[in-house]
Unconditional design. Structure first.
Length: 133
């Protein structure tokens, strides 16, 4: 199994994971952290490292973060060298649901690509599709 860690600015990730795990009835090897930029990167990196160690599964951890280049990204990127993880940006509910649905049957790299692909498929501009006319 692959662990799932959601890292965001504010409580968004915690709420997202709570919602997704409730839908999927999954609670094993998952976690979320609210990374506040009020703390220095070394402290934040320590918190993320501790959480990765806590939820580490035999096939690694998929880390879903909110924004490319943001605090979560900058905190976690160096940990790619020391932890078995894959990092995917732009976290949303379809990504977390996909991760929870597929983590038992894929390796870490395939899961990261699947989660990214699945999320892209769920983005639509409905007003342009004639749905709201």
């Amino acid at each position: 199994m692959i662990g799932i860690l959601v890292l965001t600015h504010g409580p968004f990730g915690e709420n997202l994971l709570k919602t997704a795990s409730g839908i999927m009835n999954e609670s094993e090897k998952i976690g979320a952290l609210n990374l506040s930029r009020r703390l220095d990167f070394a402290t934040l990196r320590g918190q993320v490292s501790d959480k990765l160690n806590e939820i580490n599964a035999d096939q690694g951890v998929l880390v879903l973060i909110d924004a490319y280049g943001g605090t979560s990204y900058n905190t976690t990127l160096p940990l790619l060298q020391t932890h078995p993880l894959s990092l995917v940006t732009g976290v949303n509910l379809p990504m977390v649901l996909s991760a929870l649905s597929n983590r038992h049957r894929m390796d870490l790299g395939a899961l990261a690509r699947k989660v990214s692909d699945d999320a892209k498929k769920t983005i639509s501009v409905l007003s342009d599709a004639g749905v709201l006319r």
